[in-house]
Design a binder for this molecule. Structure first.
Ligand code: MN
Length: 320
């Protein structure tokens, strides 16, 4: 997915203090993705009060909606994209030659490293699309690496009160083989009606629980659908309770990232000048050029790539 906000202005971000319960509620904001078939997503990261949970730096949650997703080729740097569907089917093509279908219970993980481009298109007929796209910031030691793509079936686990599908890291004794570059966790949890699932978690991690559906409480705090509960480090369990309809949540986590990042449009760098260079490379090599040997390569796609928006007049500041 591309950050298609017309004016992806830099937010002034400062992490807010966490309440005494240790659970902070982050509200979604609706962001239209633009284009002729505008999809609206619910974005919970980044936001004014919080820029990162572990290395997780971006969460877009969408659907259920009968629609088509058409995201033409666009670039990424310095991050991994995590595509996770509850329903639907999206075709992924990228500039390292991958052609993959994103399906429920399968992780599609694209590691941008120093640069990659991809397109994401759902089937020709409108389908029920429901899922999330998340981004993971790559630490400095990995962010200039070679780009690659992998499709990994989630590791399922039965837990008391529900079912878990671990797609990144380890939870409830189950480990995903997906390759990540900092201590990280990603999983879908389905909670039975009226049940509580208790998960032992690493207290050195901060966690996020994104509620897809259901009446949910996290460690005793009510969390509305589409909202993200942030649980600070120092907690060694997550207690997730569902109301009478049951619930479905995504659980993310990781050790505090500890590096300042500059995030603009679809790029993550460390300085304003790096972002300017990434944008210039995209515009000159792809939008105006077609340089298959450039930073981003080319995507086998019937249509035009997305031009980058104008940079803001101010210098982008590192945060995190
Ligand atoms: Mn993308």
């Amino acid at each position: 997915m591309s950050n298609l906000e017309k004016d992806p202005h830099e937010l002034e971000l400062a992490d807010a203090p966490t309440p005494a319960s240790g659970v902070e509620i982050l509200e979604p904001r609706e962001v239209p993705l633009g284009g002729p078939r505008a999809m609206t997503v619910r974005r919970t990261l980044p936001q004014r009060g919080r820029s990162l949970i572990g290395a997780w730096c971006f969460i877009d949650h969408y659907g259920p909606e009968t629609t088509r997703m058409v995201v033409p080729p666009h670039p990424h740097t310095g991050l991994q994209t995590v595509s996770w569907l509850f329903s639907g089917d999206i075709e992924h093509r990228d500039s390292v030659g991958s052609l993959a279908r994103v399906r429920p219970s399968e992780l599609n993980l694209m590691t941008a490293g120093h640069g990659i481009a991809h397109s994401e298109v759902s089937s020709v007929q409108p389908t029920l699309l429901h899922g999330a796209q998340l981004w993971v910031a790559l630490p400095d030691a990995a962010r200039d690496g070679e780009p690659f793509f992998e499709n990994v079936a989630a590791s399922p686990a039965e837990v008391a009160g529900g079912r878990l599908q671990v797609f990144i890291g380890t939870l409830a004794g189950v480990t995903s083989s997906a390759r990540v570059f900092s201590p990280l966790l990603g999983a879908q949890l389905d909670v039975d009606a009226g049940a509580t699932v208790t998960l032992d978690v690493d207290p050195s991690f901060e966690h996020g629980v994104l509620v897809d559906a259901g009446d949910v409480s996290v460690n005793g705090t009510t969390v509305q659908p589409a909202h993200l509960a942030f649980v600070d480090t120092g907690h060694d369990r997550l207690e997730i309770t569902a109301g009478p309809e049951g619930a479905r949540v995504l659980i993310i986590g990781g050790t505090p990232f500890g590096e300042q990042i500059v995030m603009w449009w679809n790029f993550i760098g460390r300085t304003h000048d790096e972002i300017v260079q990434y944008r210039d490379d995209w515009q000159s090599q792809v939008i105006d050029g077609g340089d298959a040997d450039g930073r981003f390569g080319t995507v086998d796609y019937d249509g035009s790539a997305l031009p980058a928006p104008e940079l803001p007049a101010i210098r982008l500041k590192p945060r995190g």
